[in-house]
Design a protein around this ligand. Structure first.
Ligand code: PAF
Length: 288
């Protein structure tokens, strides 16, 4: 059966009704399109867990700030639909902006604390836009499970928080980041990098991996590792470094030592392209 495309909420609900009536599991993979192997991995995970796999494709205007890349964000719906189908999607939900935010729309979902630092400090309003659209997508499709990539780690925690706080009956699954052979995290924005910028970009995962490896051996010197990482990124030739920070993996609170699962997270800029990445750090053996 070719994948069905629906463009508004009544059509989405009608398309999912038979599956729901028959008790089939429904998985959702929210995306902004420009699907790459990272998205396709999410779709494959979804297809492995549920008969019905909805992939949403919506470049959400509310999560882009003034001067950000909303206009130039890659749009390639026909290719996305074919790729989503190949990976196991059964339904594509590709709403028009007017179907998501009709005239008179006035509601914002805002998650406190988790959104205050890291990307939240550099992209004001971004996580309100993400939280709002993800809440809508979850309530529109009422999936049993929804899949998100760990590359957007802060986003993943924000979504887990809003689902818990708003009692939305869905399981949220985070999936590890998919990387190029040289370590660069897959991102729809990588297409904007020139060959020279693409070479510089590899310093981001290299630096994070080095920090993660060192702190997994000896978790005491977080501040020194942050300072080393910032110096490495500066020397590599990034045009700007928004942040490189060690945070608690569950709360995103700043940490001085690694005694619990942690995360090293960074955001950098090459020209007008902003890249983010993060890696997990487990406390060294023997640390309580
Ligand atoms: O990660 C993304 O692509 C977007 O932030 C999401 C979750 C689809 C919401 O627009």
């Amino acid at each position: 059966m070719p994948v069905t495309i629906v463009r508004d909420v009544p059509a989405l609900r009608a398309a999912l009704r038979p599956a729901r009536t028959q008790g089939q599991g429904i998985a959702l993979v929210p995306t902004m399109g420009a699907l790459h192997e990272g998205h396709l991995t999410l779709i494959r995970h979804a297809a492995a867990s549920c008969r019905q796999v909805v992939v949403s494709i919506f470049v959400n205007p509310r999560q882009f700030g003034a001067g950000e890349d909303f206009q130039r964000y890659p749009r390639q719906e026909a290719a996305d639909v074919a790729n989503a189908e190949g990976a196991g999607a059964t339904l594509v939900f590709a709403p028009d902006p007017a179907a998501m935010y009709p005239g008179g729309y006035a509601t914002t979902v805002s998650v406190a604390r988790l959104t205050e630092g890291l990307c939240g400090a550099f992209r004001p309003g971004h996580f309100d836009g993400v939280a709002t659209v993800v809440t809508k997508l979850l309530l529109q499709g009422l999936p049993d499970v929804a899949f998100f990539g760990e590359k957007d780690y802060q986003q993943l925690l924000v979504i887990r928080r809003l689902v818990a706080d708003l009692d939305i009956p869905v399981r949220i699954e985070g999936v590890p980041t998919v990387r190029e052979p040289d370590g660069l995290a897959l991102s729809s924005r990588n297409v904007f990098l020139s060959p020279g910028q693409r070479r510089v970009a590899t310093a981001l995962p290299r630096t994070l991996a080095a920090i993660a490896a060192r702190l997994a051996q000896d978790g005491r010197d977080v501040a020194a590792q942050e300072a080393w990482g910032l110096a490495e990124l500066r020397a590599a030739g990034f045009d700007a470094i928004d942040y490189l920070e060690l945070r608690d993996a569950d709360t995103l609170a700043p940490i001085d030592v690694v005694v619990r699962p942690a995360r090293v997270l960074a955001a950098v800029r090459l020209g007008t392209t902003r890249l983010i990445d993060n890696m997990p750090i487990l406390p060294p053996e023997g640390v309580p």
